[in-house]
Design a protein around this ligand. Structure first.
Ligand SMILES: [Zn+2]
Length: 356
């Protein structure tokens, strides 16, 4: 929450008298936490609906069907699904996991993905937006102020846009992980488009500050992309390589290294906590269909990192070799800013902006 007098200037509540002052105080104490909760609930619902859409994408994409056109239908009997049966998580619970018409069991994976998307978007967006970007590294959002009052009365649109990009990145990682788990390839154009968006977002909404924030962030994103490609190649799965590159393009060099560490921890923990059979049983699949969970470990690592990004970045910067910022060095010493323009960089990485 912002400081009290600051808040008053925005609500325009006159506070000449102590009575008015007390009223305004009370208003501030009750209304702001309430609107905080409303904003968080809205973000949770948004995430749940997004998860519902992601289920459609994972289901239809490998079958070559349109992901936007046509309403949802039962894959077994083809009956159209009513809107109230399609409400994320609750629809499945209400139907007790069966189709309303043919009683065919509906996989618990659908409500699980919806719940997962709701939690991740609800949590990440709440932390970023209500926390005034305090989870993000660098000085860009320092002192923005917490709470829905700041978010609604002094909206920092770059923060909102950045938060949308971060949520989109995490949801993309989730879909890629589910596709990979099902043994489906991730469409190449989708990977290229996601990487381009992640890198472009860094240039357009830079987290770096200083003389050349866009160029600095852009260079860091491109270096992160390269480091991610290296880490992903070492991990040995195409889905992990695509995922690591997306993380690198979004979070830069230190970000992707931190996610790499968290990924190793997540993968180790999963192996420790649930053996091969337990893993199969937990999602109601037979042992022959366990699928690969590695990309889901990466998704989990990226979610955790998003929430603790600022602290993780500060920790990484303390490691001598990581305290060195190659992007910053390049800008300072190669006088890049004078020679390289954004379109040139995009052309160089294979995004055709112009022909010459
Ligand atoms: Zn049915």
């Amino acid at each position: 929450m912002s400081s009290f007098p600051d808040y008053l200037t925005y609500t325009k509540i006159p506070c000449r008298t102590s009575e008015n002052m007390a009223m305004a105080m009370q208003f501030h104490e009750w209304v702001v936490p309430l609107t905080d909760a409303v904003v968080a609930a809205f973000l949770l619902l948004l995430g749940g609906n997004l998860g519902s859409f992601l289920n459609v994408v994972v289901h239809r994409l490998p079958r070559g069907a349109s992901v936007v056109g046509g309403g949802s239908r039962c894959p077994e009997c083809g009956s159209p699904i009513r809107w109230h049966d399609n409400v994320p998580v609750l629809g499945w619970l209400f139907l007790q996991g069966r189709c309303r018409y043919c009683m065919t069991p509906i996989s618990p994976r659908y409500p699980l993905v919806e719940a997962c998307a709701a939690l991740v978007v609800g949590l990440v967006a709440s932390v970023e937006l209500l926390g005034g970007g305090a989870n993000l590294p660098g000085q860009r959002f320092v002192g923005l102020g917490f709470g829905s009052d700041v978010l609604l009365t002094r909206t920092d649109w770059p923060l909102v846009a950045l938060c949308a990009v971060h949520c989109a990145m995490l949801m993309t990682l989730l879909v890629w992980a589910l596709l990979d788990h099902d043994g489906q390839p991730i469409p190449r154009p989708w990977i290229m488009a996601s990487l381009a968006v992640a890198v472009a977002a860094n240039a357009a909404l830079p987290l770096k500050t200083g003389a050349y924030p866009s160029l600095h962030s852009l260079a860091d994103a491109l270096l992160g992309l390269a480091v991610g490609a290296g880490l992903g190649m070492a991990a040995g799965r195409p889905a992990l390589r695509a995922g690591m590159m997306l993380v690198g393009g979004s979070a830069g060099v230190r970000g992707v290294l931190a996610v790499g560490l968290l990924f190793a921890v997540a993968a180790g923990l999963r192996r420790l906590l649930c053996g091969r059979d337990a893993r199969a049983a937990s999602v109601g699949e037979s042992a022959t269909q366990t699928g690969n969970w590695a990309a889901l470990d990466l998704f989990a690592a990226a979610v955790v990192h998003q929430l603790i990004w600022r602290s993780a970045d500060e920790w990484m910067a303390r490691i001598p070799i990581l305290g060195f910022d190659p992007a910053e060095w390049l800008i300072r010493n190669a006088n890049l800013s004078a020679v390289v323009t954004l379109p040139d960089v995009l052309m160089a990485v294979g995004i055709p902006l112009y022909t010459s």
